[in-house]
Design a binder for this molecule. Structure first.
Ligand code: 6R9
Length: 654
């Protein structure tokens, strides 16, 4: 199948497309593309001219196939006593009602909708409703700060935000609505109007709750919903309750028939310049690719329960919590909580509770959980498990083996799936039961994907184990089509360095058996717990502090997170560095970008190692960060004494 998929991609995917519903089927040229920026603008079109709707395929098509009463999602709350579920039929009804809501408030095909929500079923309803009426969803992970959220609302010019009042994350109660309020204020200051904010009542008590609940405000762990602790502000005229606006809506809504290459959603990912890029995916190609990778990589069989722990706010949640599983009629789980609440056995408890067969998580979670006694895992029944997946960063063999031996009890296939927000779905991955795996290798390309390793000059490296740039030679249906509002940036970021190839930004090598090993980012990106952060973005947050003149941020290895950030800051004349200032700067980054971006180390740097032309030599900073005195070639360095002084100023815990 792989051979056919790369020799005749159009024929291969045409056959697969027959499993879907088309209002008007693909008839013209199945694939048209230009991957070479020397030959003209980069463009990728699959099934151009065909008409379909991904929400219709995910719901109506499956209901027509007799799956109406099947559970589409279980919902597992942060509190183990909080749970729910929704069938395909009920999900369609809710989606149609919310589609009608969106239409009622004036949303039309092509409008962008910002979604900032915790892991609750309404999040799925909201995104599918957008897809149903042709609105472009822009989901922002509900862990981003109000600044980051505002930046994304502004970039996409969203006039509506869908959110919830709050969420429990472990023992922490987060006021989600407050972050949205602050973000909307920032937008208003930039003369952009957010007209409507739809709020799901998830935790905040209604008046009736307030009078009925005898709730000890200081009870920990948190009691079940609602919580009297959560108090939100309300902006009349702008804010509307989800349940109010849904009342009386018809549970039917005809799907908008979308052109294959119409936009489906955008999702922001870090950019090396510091400004996030709105990665744009289109309807039909993404539908084919998300569904097909899901089917083969998890070897999904009807009746199985599948669980992807990723938040829907990341691409993994888009493709492998929502669209991929639903288009296969699979039963999934939406988990609101965190792996350590109430204790480090939570993942495995959920696997037992729902008899999960296919499980998908991140290496950072595995590393964090393997520190605990194995009994946290083994006390739960995991005999239903068949495939265990990982994604987000390279997995170290030690974690891989623990996942295989302890979690999977040596009975499960491990699939280490390499892909990106930009690729839409898995691009390098084993197929369970079919691919012989090696711990730490993502193995081989998925159907339609042609990976190549290039050297600095753009020549293909054929020599085994020699590291180079990981690039792809031809498009697959799920590849991104553009950066929202900035096609030039799309071309420069991914296609300029090596004309004719899509450049991942990752390094990789092939071993003598042809297995691909992804070695990590080779641009100015840091992968913290599977989340890509741009060093430039962190640097600009740091220099916003009035005492900071210049900042340089590099990656530093971290036992659990994989990588973390190490920041060098040069203070303004007359300022002195202190531990206190260090913590203040960490908090600055946290509030500017989000909690997950908080740096682990901040070090004083009276001056930075620079080339004579003034470029910061990050290669040297990376060495200093880990205390490695073998700094390599320093002939281009303007002032050698800088190095010694920086070594002497390293924080004690680094
Ligand atoms: C899906 C997702 C993409 C970056 C990617 C790479 C890293 C993801 C990986 C992996 C090695 C794997 N990455 N999976 N590295 N092995 N199996 O994570 O998307 O958030 O856009 O991150 O993550 O560096 O370039 P995204």
């Amino acid at each position: 199948m792989y051979q056919r998929s790369i020799e005749d991609p159009a024929g291969f995917w045409d056959e697969i497309s027959k499993q879907f519903f088309w209002k008007s089927p693909p008839t013209g040229e199945f694939l048209q593309y230009n991957f070479d920026c020397n030959k003209g603008p980069i463009s990728i079109k699959w099934m151009d001219g065909a008409q379909t709707n991904i929400c219709y395929n995910a719901l109506d098509r499956n209901i027509d196939r007799g799956m109406g009463d099947k559970i589409a999602f279980y919902w597992e709350g942060n509190n183990p006593n909080d749970q729910g579920s929704i069938t395909f039929k009920k999900l369609l009804e809710e989606v149609c009602k919310f589609s009608n809501v969106l239409k009622k408030i004036g949303i039309k095909k092509g409008d962008r909708i910002a979604i900032y929500m915790p892991m609750i079923l309404e999040l799925i309803v909201a995104m599918l409703a957008c897809a149903r009426i042709g609105a472009v969803h822009s989901i922002i992970f509900a862990g981003y700060s109000s600044d980051s959220l505002a930046g994304r609302i502004l970039d996409a010019k969203c006039h509506i935000v869908i959110t919830a009042d709050g969420v429990w994350r472990g023992a922490k109660l987060l006021n989600v609505k407050k972050i949205v309020d602050d973000a909307v204020d920032i937008c208003t200051k930039s003369s952009h109007e957010v007209r409507t904010c739809v709020v799901v009542r998830h935790l905040s008590p209604s008046e009736e709750d307030v009078s009925n609940l005898k709730h000890d405000e200081n009870t920990e762990p948190p009691a079940s919903r609602p919580s009297l602790k959560l108090k939100i502000n309300w902006h009349d005229g702008r804010d509307v309750w989800w349940h109010d606006i849904m009342t009386g809506q018809s549970p039917e809504c005809e799907a908008e028939w979308m052109m294959a290459e119409d936009p489906l959603f955008m999702l922001y990912t870090s950019g090396s310049t510091g400004k996030p890029k709105g990665v744009l995916h289109t309807v039909a190609g993404y539908m084919l690719y998300s569904a097909t990778t899901f089917k083969f990589v998890f070897d999904y069989h009807p009746g199985e329960v599948y669980w992807c722990t990723a938040d829907v706010g990341w691409i993994t949640g888009h493709t492998y919590t929502c669209y991929g599983p639903l288009n296969n009629g699979a039963t999934g789980i939406i988990f609101e909580g965190v792996p350590f609440f109430p204790d480090a056995g939570r993942f495995w408890a959920i696997i037992e509770k729902y008899k999960v067969a296919k499980f998908y998580t991140a290496p950072t979670a595995i590393r964090a959980l393997m520190k605990y006694d194995d009994s946290f895992v083994t006390k739960y029944d995991r005999s239903t498990l068949k495939v265990l997946g990982t994604v987000g960063e390279p997995i170290n063999p030690e974690a891989w083996l623990w996942y295989y031996n302890v979690v999977g009890n040596k009975q499960c296939a491990i699939v280490d799936t390499f892909w990106q927000t930009e690729t839409g779905g898995h691009v390098i991955t084993p197929l369970p039961g079919a691919t012989t795996t090696k711990p730490g290798s993502a193995t081989f390309p998925f159907f339609g994907v042609v990976p190549v390793i290039l050297d600095e000059e753009g020549r293909e490296i054929t020599e085994p184990n020699k590291e180079g740039y990981l690039v792809f030679k031809q498009p697959w249906p799920g590849i991104m089509r553009t950066v929202y509002g900035n096609h030039e940036r799309f071309e420069t970021t991914y296609f300029k360095k090596f004309p004719g190839y899509y450049c991942t930004g990752d390094g990789g090598k092939k071993d003598s058996d042809g297995y691909i090993w992804v070695t990590g980012r080779i641009d100015d990106m840091v992968n913290v717990s599977g989340h890509l952060l741009s060093t430039a973005e962190i640097e600009s947050a740091l220099v916003e502090h009035h005492k900071v003149a210049e900042a340089a941020v590099v990656s530093h290895p971290h036992k659990i997170k994989g990588e973390c950030t190490y920041c060098f800051v040069t203070l303004k004349e007359g300022e002195t560095f202190s531990e206190e200032l260090g913590s203040e700067l960490k908090t600055k980054v946290r509030t500017k970008i989000g909690p997950f971006a908080m740096p682990d180390f901040v070090q004083n740097a009276p001056s930075l190692p620079k080339t004579r032309s003034g470029k910061i030599m990050r290669r040297i900073l990376r060495k200093i960060a880990v205390g490695d005195r073998d700094v390599g070639d320093i002939t281009t360095l303007a002032d050698e004494t800088v190095i010694e002084s920086l070594f002497n100023l390293r924080p004690d815990d680094a």
